[in-house]
Design a protein around this ligand. Structure first.
Ligand SMILES: C[S@@+](CC[C@H](N)C(=O)[O-])C[C@H]1O[C@@H](n2cnc3c(N)ncnc32)[C@H](O)[C@@H]1O
Length: 257
């Protein structure tokens, strides 16, 4: 087959390090009957590993040249290829066996990681777990605790929906071409009962709170909440937004009409 030239606009950095591929597969720990979907299979480095165990899997790929290669390389009873944009893909259309939930994996295109994570969050109730390769700095923001410099919107919104852990770091040399940054593998497990809250309102509150990180929370949220409301939500009005925990943001959001 003709050699594929990596396309920058599709965030294509192909994994070629066998040790890293084995560690990812071990972390995912696939079982033959799992309902699994991979986002951005590329040249199928991970797909190939996973299909050694899985009876069948789904992939979503944007690059049509890669879609054609995948369709040629695997029979449809082994691989279902969805040609299109994962940002618009309706993950609820993937058939899942009785009593199962969806397992989502991928070495994600870093240029769309935040919108993709937010898109996927809308399917969280249908999902068993997600294992992703992402830019290390993004993973650190996702798992950051209050008080950390990198704690922000991504941390609060995703921690509301998922229990997350950084599994291991992957250096640029594991890819071809190598990205300019370190990468990391994250495991995301949807929380069974997210704290009761309207997601869109929480997003609006968190966006406003973190839009001026250096100000105190009372000033960041001026016009949206009074000082009394901030205190009622258990927040010290002179704290900075990065000192405020998820439960407090939820309590505050629930004061909105
Ligand atoms: C970082 S590469 C990873 C490729 C392969 N999984 C690997 O590990 O070698 C990202 C992959 O996502 C694909 N991709 C980029 N944007 C996408 C999108 N919006 N929806 C689906 N796939 C996308 C790229 O074409 C590429 O195959």
């Amino acid at each position: 087959m003709k050699q594929h030239v990596a396309r920058k606009r599709f965030g294509q950095n192909f994994l070629h390090d066998q040790n890293v591929l084995s560690s990812i597969t071990e972390s995912i720990d696939p079982a033959p009957g799992d309902s699994m979907v991979e986002i951005g299979p590329g040249l199928a480095a991970m797909t190939d590993q996973l299909l050694r165990t899985l009876k069948h899997m789904h992939v979503v790929e944007l690059d049509r040249d890669l879609v054609a290669r995948l369709e040629k390389a695997y029979p449809p009873n082994k691989l279902t290829v969805h040609s299109g944009d994962a940002l618009k893909f309706d993950f609820s259309t993937i058939p899942v066996a009785e009593g199962q939930k969806l397992r989502i994996v991928g070495n994600l295109p870093y240029n769309i990681s935040s919108p993709l994570l937010f898109h996927l969050a809308t399917f969280a109730p249908l999902v068993q777990d997600q294992h992703f390769m992402l830019q290390k700095e993004v993973v650190e923001r996702m798992v950051a605790e209050p008080g950390s410099k990198v704690y922000g919107r991504l941390s609060v919104m995703l921690q509301w929906r998922y229990d997350m852990s950084l599994l291991f770091v992957v250096p640029p040399e594991a890819f071809d071409p190598p990205p300019r940054v370190d990468s990391a593998i994250i495991r995301m497990i949807p929380v069974a009962k997210p704290l009761e809250c309207d997601g869109e309102k929480l997003e609006a509150v968190v966006l406003k709170a973190f839009s001026q990180r250096r100000k105190v929370i009372r000033n960041c949220l001026a016009g949206m909440f009074t000082e009394e409301q901030i205190i009622a939500a258990g927040i010290n009005p002179t704290d900075r937004p990065e000192a405020v925990g998820l439960a407090q943001y939820v309590a505050l959001t629930n004061l909105l009409k």
